[in-house]
Design a protein around this ligand. Structure first.
Ligand code: ZN
Length: 171
């Protein structure tokens, strides 16, 4: 399993590169996506992962299908992981809310981050199709956290009340 890069690693601070659309179906990009899914499924508390977290400085993130299914009550969702390539926020609510946050690359710190309660993003899926997805609540928070990763930003840069909660204290 690909190891998840931790916060001291400078790769997390790079602005990740745009994926050329014609390369989305390439072995290289498909392999990176497969590695991301595998790494994500290896984390009990993993809701999403960005490519820089497996040391690939590319604009890709994956949201866990299980989390998606819970966040969006849409019967059409199969529970499969959802891939976002070259995501862009095209609409964002002015209204914000302090939300509890953690990160697979920032073990084991947690804090509160002010996040917009609604966003609309546009991205390519793993087949190279452009799509839009609106989100609120947890999913909107995930989108903002993951896009921050692609811009070299970690939640601890923005968080308040950061505290350490060792994994043995998890419920
Ligand atoms: Zn993260």
């Amino acid at each position: 399993m690909t190891e998840i890069v931790q916060k001291e690693n400078k790769i997390l601070r790079n602005i990740a590169k745009t994926v050329p659309i014609e390369e989305i179906k390439s072995k290289k990009i498909q392999g990176i996506i497969a590695d991301m899914k595998k790494s994500l499924s290896g984390q009990k508390d993993g809701v999403a992962i960005a490519a820089p977290q497996i040391a690939e400085s590319l604009r890709i993130f994956v949201v866990s299908g299980i989390v998606l299914k819970e966040a969006i009550k849409d019967e059409k969702l199969t529970g499969e992981d959802m891939v976002f390539i070259n995501p862009e926020i095209i609409k964002i609510s002015r209204e914000k809310k302090m939300m509890e946050e953690g990160c697979l690359s920032v073990r084991y710190l947690y804090g509160k981050v002010n996040r917009a309660i609604k966003v609309l993003i546009r991205a390519y899926d793993e087949k190279g199709n452009l799509f839009e997805r609106g989100a609120s609540g947890l999913l909107a928070q995930i989108f903002q956290h993951e896009i921050d990763h692609l811009n070299g930003i970690l939640f601890i840069d923005k968080a308040s009340n950061v505290e350490e909660i060792p994994p043995e204290n998890f419920k």
